[in-house]
Write a protein that binds this ligand. Structure first.
Ligand SMILES: [Fe+2]
Ligand SMILES: [Fe+2]
Length: 190
């Protein structure tokens, strides 16, 4: 699907702020893709669509889970926030006609990370966290690192996300720990 058409359809699905966040994410993703030798067009599409299910209410998310037999593990069942990446990947496929498994996986992995993160997974995970509207603690540090070391920046963003979840007493999906361990192995123990 053509980028302008994707934006037009997204506009009907997302609130203004979420749309701005998605467009910002796609711009950062495009820039990082060029920097780290990946397809800028694929990164732009994944960035635009990563939160396409985020403004659905819980009932609609549940309906999609049932309709498309999306498998949920025990942790995801307890963290409703983690439904939108999985449902988002299905919407990207069914409603936006995106069939590239690499793009669909990057959408799925944008909240938790993934055990083995592809280059696009990393670009989208990071773009979502550092786009200009984001203001989490230490975001400037991650933005700077993203300019020189993609793995280092993803590790930093994962760490900050985990520290935040612990500070809130929240559940942590084990995939995020696996993602961190695998990137840490690459960054520190090479
Ligand atoms: Fe999200
Ligand atoms: Fe997002």
């Amino acid at each position: 699907m053509d980028i302008d058409l994707i934006k037009l359809r997204l506009k009907k699905m997302l609130g203004d702020e979420r749309l701005e966040h998605s467009i910002n994410t796609s711009k950062v993703a495009r820039r990082l893709a060029i920097k780290y030798n990946y397809s800028a067009d694929k990164a732009e599409v994944a960035g635009l669509l990563h939160d396409c299910a985020k403004d659905l209410d819980y009932k609609s998310l549940e309906k999609m889970v049932l309709k498309y037999s999306i498998e949920l593990d025990g942790i995801i069942q307890k963290i409703p926030k983690l439904l939108h990446p999985l449902v988002g990947a299905v919407i990207a496929k069914k409603e936006f006609n995106i069939h590239d498994p690499v793009i669909l996986k990057a959408i799925k992995a944008h909240s938790t990370g993934a055990s083995q993160m592809s280059l696009l997974d990393k670009i989208i995970y990071l773009s979502d966290k550092i786009e200009p509207l984001r203001n989490m603690n230490g975001v400037e540090e991650v933005r700077k690192m993203a300019e020189k070391d993609l793995d280092g920046a993803v590790l930093m963003a994962l760490d900050k996300g985990l520290i935040y979840l612990i500070s809130k007493g929240s559940l942590i999906h084990p995939i995020s720990i696996e993602a961190r361990n695998n990137i840490l192995n690459k960054v520190v123990f090479v």
